[in-house]
Design a protein around this ligand. Structure first.
Ligand SMILES: Cc1ncc(COP(=O)(O)O)c(C=O)c1O
Length: 382
């Protein structure tokens, strides 16, 4: 007998038009290969191999034991919101009121809520590229139109104010300013951010989504200011997003935040109240310990990542056909394989594009001959 026909699910256009995160796909594949006994160095996703600080883990365990296992306020525990406000004051000299802060399940959720709360069909969001890809897909998911603004390699992948000015239209709602930038490692100093802010003076309808998730991972004595710091006059048009994921190696705890105009924060909280209710209470207790505990760890870990950057840049530059510009922050290398295009892989396949090169590379990185192994150097990320 024939099995009964299964109804074909109808998916909404908004989900059909977005792609799954390639990093998440690769992460899963690496785990499958590892489970099958393969020796894999996974460099595909933004996971650090540092442990979450011991006092942070202890604070989470104590919170659970104390029974802090209920829903918190939608916009976060008041103590954590105060700690976020204190961090903005300490690090950026910025004062935010409690109603200008929302705690979210990772900064990913804060970014999405802001876009979902503000975009109508056809509204444009300028995203300087290369970029962290979820910006593009989140804009699409929120019915907006992502406008990629390529930042040229010969300008060090930096956003140029004149090019930003040329990309703005009457439909532009947001421009994303990620500092430091994933994946290029660009760090914008105050002068460059000021010049970018000046462009927006003439366009009062354009807001800034300022993503500072890697603010503490900067090298060679640099600082990555956030745009409100250098252009306080812009504050009522900026949502400043951050989180504990990268600074405190708390990727899986899922705590982030956003600071901006109270009316926007209220709309974001409305979305949160109807979707996830609040960030995990235990993770919020952990984030509170991270923000209020010893902060020396931030500089110590940045120094370790700087050493790894130096080692990896040297290793990569020693590979024929590959090159990269040393990143000033983050823990990524944005490498060019232009030098191998048109050549043949060891298995005889022609390398016509960077996508052809990637499978060759991932085979190499599972082998004992990967430079990361032979040098005894530890990979930059988990
Ligand atoms: C630039 C950037 N922004 C935001 C995020 C989201 O981080 P989370 O949701 O873990 O806070 C990431 C994660 O890799 C990122 O690279």
């Amino acid at each position: 007998m024939l099995a009964p026909l299964q109804p074909v699910p109808q998916f909404a256009p908004r989900t059909v038009r977005i792609a799954a995160s390639p990093a998440a796909v690769l992460r899963r594949r690496a785990r499958e290969l590892r489970a099958a006994g393969r020796d894999v160095i996974e460099l595909s996703s933004g996971d650090l191999d540092f442990a979450t600080p011991v006092h942070v883990v202890a604070a989470a365990a104590e919170a659970a034991r104390r029974g802090e296992t209920r829903y918190t306020n939608v916009d976060g525990m008041p103590e954590l919101k105060d700690a976020v406000r204190a961090a903005f004051r300490r690090q950026n000299g910025l004062a935010f009121a409690p109603e200008e802060i929302i705690v979210t399940a990772g900064s990913t959720q804060a970014l999405f809520e802001a876009l979902f709360a503000t975009l109508a069909r056809g509204d444009e969001v300028i995203v300087p590229t290369p970029c962290w890809m979820p910006y593009i897909e989140q804009v699409r998911l929120a019915d907006g139109t992502p406008v990629r603004l390529p930042c040229a390699q010969n300008n060090g992948f930096r956003l140029r104010p004149d090019e930003l000015a040329a990309a703005i239209t009457p439909r532009t709602r947001w421009v994303v300013i990620n500092n430091p930038v994933n994946p290029t490692g660009v760090v914008y100093p105050a002068e460059e951010l000021t010049a970018i802010a000046e462009v927006l003076r003439a366009h009062p309808h354009v807001w800034v989504l300022a993503d500072g998730l890697y603010e503490h991972i900067v090298f060679d004595g640099r600082r990555a200011p956030t745009i409100v710091e250098v252009a306080p006059w812009l504050k009522r048009r900026v949502l400043t997003v951050g989180g504990v994921a990268k600074s405190y190696a708390m990727m899986g705890w899922r705590v982030g935040w956003a600071a901006g105009p109270a009316a926007l924060v209220r709309e974001m909280a409305k979305i949160q109240s109807q979707t996830t209710s609040c960030a995990s209470s235990i993770s919020q207790a952990a984030a509170l310990a991270a923000l209020t505990g010893p902060q020396e760890i931030l500089a110590e870990r940045a120094a370790v990542l700087q050493e790894r950057r130096d080692a990896f840049v040297a290793l990569l530059d020693a590979c024929e056909g590959l090159m990269c510009t040393a990143p000033d922050g983050t823990f990524y290398l944005f490498a060019s394989c232009a030098g191998v295009i048109g050549k043949r892989a060891p298995d005889g396949r022609e390398i016509a594009t960077d996508r052809d090169f990637a499978p060759t590379c991932s085979t190499a990185s599972t082998s004992r001959s990967c430079p990361a192994r032979t040098s005894g150097c530890r990979p930059m990320c988990g």
